[in-house]
Design a protein around this ligand. Structure first.
Ligand SMILES: Nc1ncnc2c1ncn2[C@@H]1O[C@H](COP(=O)(O)OP(=O)(O)OP(=O)(O)O)[C@@H](O)[C@H]1O
Ligand SMILES: [Mg+2]
Length: 258
């Protein structure tokens, strides 16, 4: 069992890594859930769902009927009373979309009320994430929203490790440092780093990072990966070298969690 949250600064390659890792785990015979927790969702195409089908995957937070049925209050409502632990155990099987053996779930956006209140749809999403982490599948991979603002205890429940993606440059490392601090606070003790989009000039960067983080590996900048994104294809299918390098990173991750 491996329950993983993938985080990092915007644009570093979280979705690329998440989608490829999900495909590799599924190809190895695992039951895999890939969870798109980014409101600006694009994990489905990175997993290899065709673009039309990917766009038609409805976010759970938008399913007003479901939110109301399970929590007792409509999404966005400021209902004074609703269920904080709604039933979610049927949702993974009923509402995930399968592609190449990966079961995809799209969480969607919770429109925040004033004062960071908890609303019905966020209660549903929290319960669903916890349920997935604790009870579903051989592997759950959550593609998180960029940055750190959204990382809270609800994210951490049941997570084995947080995988932080960085790219050569100070800014993504600063985000990784902030995530590292926060991870401790919310109870995630295992933090692993992947350096992505590395070019020949960045060898130094990788070895220096290994001094302060648990670095699983460095993924080179790949024209095939860039093209996969432009063509809305999965890097797993069209970037064989990247896929092979990701296999190595996954093996080291699994070893390091034993
Ligand atoms: N190793 C790589 N080589 C070349 N391009 C890459 C590589 N990894 C990712 N990219 C490209 O970088 C862009 C951002 O990647 P991706 O969407 O995976 O990042 P992200 O961290 O999920 O971004 P966001 O914060 O917007 O969700 C995409 O165009 C992707 O194809
Ligand atoms: Mg992304």
């Amino acid at each position: 069992m491996m329950k993983l949250a993938i985080t990092g600064k915007g644009g570093v390659g979280k979705t690329t890594v998440a989608g490829t890792m999900a495909r590799i785990l599924a190809a190895r015979g695992n039951r895999v859930y890939a969870v798109d927790a980014d409101p600006d969702a694009n994990l489905a195409t990175a997993v290899g769902l065709d673009p039309g089908a990917a766009r038609s995957v409805r976010p759970i937070a938008d399913m007003a009927h479901l939110v109301e049925e399970r929590t007792g209050a409509a999404p966005g409502s400021q209902a004074p009373v609703f269920r904080m632990n709604p039933r979610v155990d049927d949702i993974p099987a009923e509402l995930s979309v399968e592609a190449h053996g990966v079961h995809l779930l799209r969480l969607g956006t919770v429109k925040k009320g004033g004062g960071g209140c908890i609303c019905p749809e966020s209660a549903l999403l929290r319960s669903l994430l916890s349920h997935l982490m604790l009870y579903e599948g051989d592997a759950v991979i959550v593609d998180m929203e960029a940055g750190i603002e959204h990382l809270g205890r609800a994210t951490a429940r049941g997570v084995d490790a947080m995988l932080v993606v960085v790219e050569p440059g100070r800014r993504s490392v600063r985000t990784a440092e902030a995530i590292s601090k926060l991870a401790g606070d919310i109870g995630i003790s295992k933090l692993r780093l992947v350096v992505n989009k590395v070019t020949g000039a960045d060898d130094d960067f990788c070895s220096r990072l290994a001094g302060s983080f648990d670095v699983l590996g460095c993924l080179p900048f790949s024209e095939d990966v860039r093209q996969a994104d432009l063509q809305e294809q999965a890097p797993y299918d069209t970037a064989p070298l990247f896929r092979e390098q990701m296999e190595g990173i996954l093996d080291r991750l699994i070893d390091s969690l034993r």
